[in-house]
Design a protein around this ligand. Structure first.
Ligand SMILES: Cc1cc2nc3c(=O)[nH]c(=O)nc-3n(C[C@H](O)[C@H](O)[C@H](O)COP(=O)(O)OP(=O)(O)OC[C@H]3O[C@@H](n4cnc5c(N)ncnc54)[C@H](O)[C@@H]3O)c2cc1C
Length: 307
């Protein structure tokens, strides 16, 4: 079986509630969780970001959680994000905040989700912080684009993530060209059907390059969010032709992945940000990180067997 098929199979298995129960209830070794998650509390993430800032790297705070299906859950996520925004202002750390619309209730009450987001964006602006919106499974993409457009008029600094594995993404970007949008470009982390998403690496990467070109031409301050050195080099070449050179784009990576490259890029004058997840709802995030690499899967299964 190819590694991408193993990854897809793993993502499918990991979405089964029984497996979540087994893993979350088991004494999963801390090392596996700690590698990718900053900790359970906001203060754990603040500490990690202070350390990153000390090395010339910005943060992206992410309160873990997704697929919230009741109003109290969405309220709790809203409160957690409000607390994060306030803490940024108190500590002066250099970080943005990234959230998922399904955390704020998109699945069951789009209006309430938009209200939460509007209040968070206003609060963030008042405190000098910036928000980013993660992109989730393909079934949420239409609503997410609609919410982004709605918010853009009042909050043009809002950044939206888009996925190069989705066949539709070039068309989605074209419909946003009037906004000159601020986009975080990612490959895509979910298990999607093949009529919706590419899953050959060569196709995902080719579309990533195409979309990078589009963003340098038509977007604002593109964020190239990948650990793939070849794709980062592609963006670096485009940046070298821009008047602001290295500073014309941002590179983003995940906590726990390619720390060597993160530091090297920051040292050589690139704007680098690291996505720092915290909270107790770590299971789906961790499963996606494990599915991305067969070596992680072997490490994880060994850790489970030892428990
Ligand atoms: C800042 C940021 C935000 C993101 N936000 C979203 C989002 O909103 N929605 C979404 O669908 N996806 C998001 N992702 C995840 C993204 O879609 C990919 O799943 C993830 O980045 C892995 O792909 P890659 O681009 O690094 O390329 P890959 O080709 O998967 O990896 C390139 C190299 O990076 C290293 N690497 C990659 N992943 C791992 C890992 N898990 N463990 C160890 N090494 C690894 C390996 O050296 C690998 O060879 C985000 C990623 C980043 C960096």
């Amino acid at each position: 079986m190819s590694s991408s098929l193993i990854g897809r199979a793993w993502l499918w298995v990991s979405e089964k509630p029984k497996i979540e129960h087994l893993v979350s209830q088991g004494r999963l070794t801390r090392r596996v969780v700690d590698r990718f998650i900053a900790g359970r509390d906001l203060e754990d993430a603040v500490k990690v970001i202070k350390d990153l800032n000390g090395r010339g790297i910005g943060g992206i705070l992410d309160y873990l959680g997704e697929g919230v299906n009741d109003p109290p859950g969405a309220e709790a996520a809203y409160d957690a994000y409000l607390a994060a925004i306030k803490r940024i202002s108190e500590t002066g750390i250099d970080t943005t905040v990234s959230l998922k619309l399904t955390q704020l209730g998109l699945e069951f009450d789009k209006g309430a989700c938009i209200d939460h987001l509007r209040k968070l964006a206003a609060e963030a602006e008042a405190m000098g912080a910036r928000l980013e919106i993660d992109i989730e499974q393909s079934r949420y993409v239409d609503d997410t684009l609609e919410v982004f457009r709605l918010m853009h008029a009042d909050h043009p600094t809002l950044r939206l993530a888009l996925q190069s594995y989705l066949r539709r993404t070039p068309a989605d970007l074209e419909t946003m060209s009037d906004l000159r949008p601020r986009i975080r470009l990612v490959k895509g982390a979910y298990s999607e059907p093949v009529d919706i998403a590419f899953y050959k690496r060569s196709e995902i990467d080719a579309q990533y390059r195409f979309l990078t070109d589009w963003l340098f031409e038509n977007g604002t301050d593109p964020a190239i969010a990948t650990h793939d050195g070849v794709l980062i080099d592609h963006a670096r070449k485009l940046a070298s032709k821009q008047p602001s050179g290295n500073k014309s784009f941002e590179i983003q990576m995940l906590y726990g992945i390619r720390r060597d490259l993160q530091e090297e890029l920051a040292r050589t004058g690139y704007r680098m940000r690291v996505y720092v997840p915290y909270g107790s709802a770590w299971y789906p995030y961790l499963m996606r990180r494990i599915a991305e690499r067969p070596a992680n899967l072997r490490f994880f299964l060994r850790a489970l067997l030892r428990n």
